[in-house]
Design a binder for this molecule. Structure first.
Ligand code: SIN
Ligand code: MN
Length: 200
């Protein structure tokens, strides 16, 4: 099926079948055993509602020193390797781009959300961002490069993959809310998002 295109965002609906989603959840569990989920804080000391960890050479972290790519988990250990299943998705949907050096894992429990933002901490905006949804449905808001641009929203389901490249590479986006318990993929409900990027 060709991807859905909304404001330059490429949405691959149903890209992963259930066994592929389960394999990714198992890979995420492995990542979280080596690099436990933590609750990031903003520079102003506000706790984010999403819990995070990462795989790859660089992880994305946020604390009172600000947000940035870092070679180590806040506990001081190196991030685990990027799972092979994750790299395969990138190679299929971002052909010609260098391999991602970062896989951010966002975990949304009940009530978690992600405010409208741009991904712009990376060195080279030629490379896209590939974002994988697992578990509960999420209301994904898409805007433009200017924060005040009009937005459109769609519900993302488990197995959907969004590619933000080209004109949408620096577009604002966020998760307004999840439908907690709408998927049976994760034993205790919730949603996992994997964000693959070339950070350096
Ligand atoms: C993000 O942009 O950091 C996360 C998007 C998502 O959870 O789908
Ligand atoms: Mn983002």
């Amino acid at each position: 099926m060709p991807p859905l295109r909304v404001k330059g965002f490429e949405i691959h609906v149903g890209y992963l079948d259930v066994p592929a989603q389960q394999a990714l959840v198992a890979a995420v569990r492995g990542v979280a055993r080596a690099a436990p989920f933590f609750t990031p804080e903003t520079r102003r000391g506000q706790k984010m509602s999403v819990r995070m960890t990462s795989a790859g050479s660089f992880g994305w972290i946020s604390d009172r020193k600000g947000y940035r790519y870092a070679p180590r988990h806040p506990d001081g250990t190196a991030w685990p390797q990027l799972p092979a299943e994750v790299r395969a998705i990138w190679q299929d949907l971002a052909p010609g781009a260098p391999d991602p050096d970062s896989c951010l894992v966002n975990w949304y429990g009940e009530g978690a959300r992600m405010g409208l933002h741009q991904d712009r901490d990376e060195a080279d905006f030629r490379w896209p961002v590939v974002s994988v949804s697992l578990g509960d449905q999420a209301l994904f808001r898409m805007g433009g490069t200017d924060r005040r641009d009009a937005t459109e929203s769609i519900w993302l389901s488990s197995g959907d993959v969004v590619v933000m490249g080209g004109d949408a590479r620096l577009a604002h986006h966020g998760i307004d809310r999840i439908r907690f318990g709408s998927s049976t993929l994760l034993d205790r409900g919730g949603r996992i998002n994997l964000t693959l990027r070339v950070s350096q």
